[in-house]
Design a protein around this ligand. Structure first.
Ligand code: IMP
Ligand code: MG
Length: 177
């Protein structure tokens, strides 16, 4: 536990920036005149959202939703609930979900179902990182950034038990020793 955790760089801030640029260009093409609602999933996607929307030079709105996920460990419980809901109506709107990572897919699957029930005009998913090796349920990713190996990653918003979120690069948590 504690301070002896070893981190090794997986994606540098430059690689992340290039990826965010690429995603922004794709999103711009599709949403230019749609005044979309971007729904960022807290807490992990706040940094990605902040960088992404600064590259989107057209009308859009931002919403946040908070779901329960990992608790204190590295494993998803699979039991997901909305901890903090939306502040505005998304019925009839073009909704784009912004996620930090798709791991088992259980969170995204839950969230997309939840949002679909609110009858948006369209519903798509943008993810910065994708860990396909751990998928337990299929998830359709409309805008995909970086593919990550079957390792636990931190930084650029991603945490391990609330640690390392603030790091500007993305790291793999190596087993200690
Ligand atoms: P899921 O397993 O796809 O449901 O992922 C649920 C959530 O677990 C993600 O939104 C992240 O917040 C978190 N998560 C999954 N894998 C990692 C990781 O490698 N590092 C940090 N958080 C992760
Ligand atoms: Mg998350």
């Amino acid at each position: 536990m504690g301070s002896e955790v070893k981190l090794s760089v997986l994606f540098t801030r430059d690689e992340i920036a290039a990826t965010v640029n690429k995603l922004a260009a794709e999103i711009r093409q599709d949403y230019l005149s749609k005044n979309p609602v971007l729904i960022a999933v807290l807490k992990g996607s706040f940094m990605f959202l902040a960088d992404l929307i600064r590259l989107l030079d057209f009308p859009l709105e931002v919403e946040f939703i908070r779901l329960s996920s990992y608790g204190g460990g590295r494993e998803s419980s699979g039991k997901i609930k909305v901890v903090q809901g939306l502040q505005s109506e998304v019925r009839g709107r073009h909704v784009l979900v912004i996620e930090d990572i798709i791991d088992t897919g259980l969170t995204a699957d839950f969230l997309l179902d939840y949002l679909r029930q609110k009858k948006p005009a369209s519903l798509k998913l943008c993810v910065l990182t994708d860990k396909p090796a751990r998928r337990k349920t299929p998830v359709n990713i409309d805008y995909r950034g970086l593919t990550v190996p079957d390792k636990f990653i931190v930084g650029y918003g991603l945490d391990w038990d609330e640690r390392f979120r603030h790091l500007p690069d993305i790291y793999v948590v190596e087993d200690k020793g």
